[in-house]
Design a protein around this ligand. Structure first.
Ligand code: UDP
Length: 188
């Protein structure tokens, strides 16, 4: 029986977890996406891949638009994830050439209920530190920015992208950037 749509979100996304086993992360991105695409070939499915703003590496342009190709690194601490997602996007295009209908969402930071308290990411760290009266751990001077999108809005965006006929990579997130220092003050 056919499968109409596949939302392919599989991959650890927190640096704390994807850096535990670089080879596992790379395999998840490459072989995992290849497995999904081969399934899609058999089942006549449309496939949406959640990629990442990390494909821009340490961007020299702010904000990044989809045409920007990034400032990337094959061996830094984030390379297993960043390069894994880059090759996953390339795989999607390779399968598009042989007939698969594809969608690619480059997700920026997303937050919401039921995140792991020890996920290691900034929103969960700051909230758990504030609740237990621990000092808030701002790494560096806190002037670095991120955009934070609420999970329900992200899911709406993914569904709209799937339902559209747009098959180029699409940035998905909050257009407004927040500094990490502002986030700490807000949560406090
Ligand atoms: N960060 C921080 N304190 C923390 C965790 C993260 O200052 O306890 C900073 C981190 O240096 C980065 C930003 O918050 O600049 C977002 O980090 P996170 O790991 O949440 O996600 P990513 O770097 O993948 O966007």
């Amino acid at each position: 029986e056919d499968i109409k749509e596949i939302y392919h979100l599989a991959c650890p996304a927190s640096p704390k977890y994807y850096q535990k086993d670089d080879i596992y992360t790379l395999n998840t991105c490459y072989k995992g996406t290849e497995n999904i695409l081969n399934l899609a070939l058999k089942k006549n499915s449309k496939v949406l891949l959640t990629s990442t703003s990390e494909i821009y590496g340490e961007p020299l342009e702010h904000p990044q638009n989809e045409e920007y190709r990034g400032n990337v690194n094959t061996f830094g601490p984030r390379s297993c994830y960043d390069e894994g997602k880059r090759v996953a996007e390339s795989l999607m295009y390779a399968y598009k050439k042989i007939g698969i209908d594809i969608r690619i969402a480059r997700i920026f930071n997303t937050y919401g209920p039921n995140m792991r308290i020890n996920d290691g990411r900034v929103v969960t760290n700051f909230i758990s530190q504030a609740l237990s009266n621990q000092p808030i751990t701002i790494y560096g001077d806190g002037s670095q920015t991120r955009s934070f999108c609420y999970v329900d809005n992200m899911v709406d965006g993914l569904i709209k992208l799937m339902d559209s006929d747009y098959d180029k990579p699409l940035n998905l997130g909050n257009p407004e950037e927040t500094t990490i220092k502002e986030l700490a003050e807000m949560i406090k």
